[in-house]
Design a protein around this ligand. Structure first.
Ligand SMILES: Nc1ncnc2c1ncn2[C@@H]1O[C@H](COP(=O)(O)OP(=O)(O)OP(=O)(O)O)[C@@H](O)[C@H]1O
Length: 305
């Protein structure tokens, strides 16, 4: 479990993390979402004792990271896959970390196999693709077989097969009862990977919600409509509750009315439809909706104070 309470980090004139409190529970994958500069990396660095909070606290398994007796066995972390010594082989890199963390040598081959680098152990890290470096970073995080995993942007640079691989790995580790915390701004990938998300903006917590609820509540349902007579359909829809979200050429994205209503309306006027598809809003839309609401709320709050 990760517990963050009132966590704050102020750099000279920037409040990177602003009075943040949350809990990351074991047994599920928790995504950490927020736009660039929202404070995700700074939060993760403070949890790992790499940055000192201006205020507040962060605990892993009930303890401050710096007071953990065997940190690699408690928390595995992937922060910056570029921070590798290029002349070292993958195995030498892992050996260096294992020795510092008091981890037995035989674990190195196990984690190399686990991340699909079994045959690349003796290759120099400098020859690795970004995806291979991510895999090596994950191998390093798993060395101590920790109960908590924290990964900053682990999907960056991975090809689709690599993304599916990380997703399957993380879900499997969560189902063993581990705490999995990963940041990403690839919303759609997060939707398929995480069970729960924490969303931050400008260092503040905006949402702490299950992916299911966020998607369900987050955005209005939309219908995609394609018709060779789209302009006429737009004119007819203007007399209904419909809201045209976007319209390009023959394609319309409509909210406020359902597919059946649009189909009936078109049929009554003899307008052919080439496509009529209800669209389930994704995490990306839900996220945009959520952050937009937050801006309005903040503005009101500011006005009143
Ligand atoms: N060492 C530092 N000195 C000064 N400002 C910093 C420092 N580290 C981070 N910041 C600032 O703190 C804010 C939060 O940065 P952080 O890297 O934590 O965000 P992030 O959510 O991880 O963003 P990204 O998705 O781009 O990685 C940014 O405004 C950043 O410029």
């Amino acid at each position: 479990m990760i517990e963050v309470h009132g966590l704050t980090k102020r750099y000279r004139d920037v409040v990177a993390v602003d009075d943040l409190s949350f809990t990351v529970s074991p047994g599920r994958v928790t995504g950490f979402l927020g736009p660039n500069g929202a404070g995700k990396s700074t939060t993760m660095r403070m949890i790992l004792g790499l940055d000192t909070p201006t205020k507040g606290s962060a605990r892993v398994g009930g303890r401050n990271y710096r007071s953990l007796a065997a940190p690699l066995r408690e928390v595995g972390a992937l922060l910056d896959p570029a921070a590798l010594q290029k002349s070292r082989t993958a195995r030498a890199h892992l050996l260096w970390i294992a020795q510092a963390g008091g981890i037995e040598r035989k674990r190195i081959d196990e984690v190399l196999e686990l991340v699909g680098l079994g045959k690349a152990g003796d290759k120099r890290v400098g020859e690795f693709s970004l995806g291979m470096r991510q895999r090596l970073g994950i191998a390093a995080a798993l060395l101590g077989d920790p109960a908590v995993l924290m990964l900053d942007e682990p999907l960056n640079g991975l090809d689709p097969e690599g993304i599916v691989w990380v997703r399957t790995l993380l879900k499997g580790l969560a189902s063993e009862g581990r705490t999995i915390f990963l940041s990403s701004h690839l919303m759609n990938e997060m939707e398929a990977t995480a069970d729960h998300v924490l969303v931050i903006g400008k260092g503040k917590l905006i949402a702490d919600v299950s992916v299911h609820d966020l998607v369900r509540q987050g955005a209005a349902a939309q219908v995609s409509v394609v018709s060779p007579r789209a302009a006429e359909l737009v004119a007819l829809l203007e007399h209904t509750e419909a809201h045209i979200v976007s319209g390009a050429d023959n394609e319309l994205i409509v909210s406020g009315v359902d597919a059946a209503e649009i189909g009936e309306l078109a049929a009554r006027h003899g307008i052919a439809l080439h496509e009529l598809t209800p669209r389930r809003p994704g995490l990306e839309e839900a996220f945009i909706h959520l952050t937009r609401d937050q801006v309005g709320y903040r503005a009101k709050e500011h006005h009143g104070s």
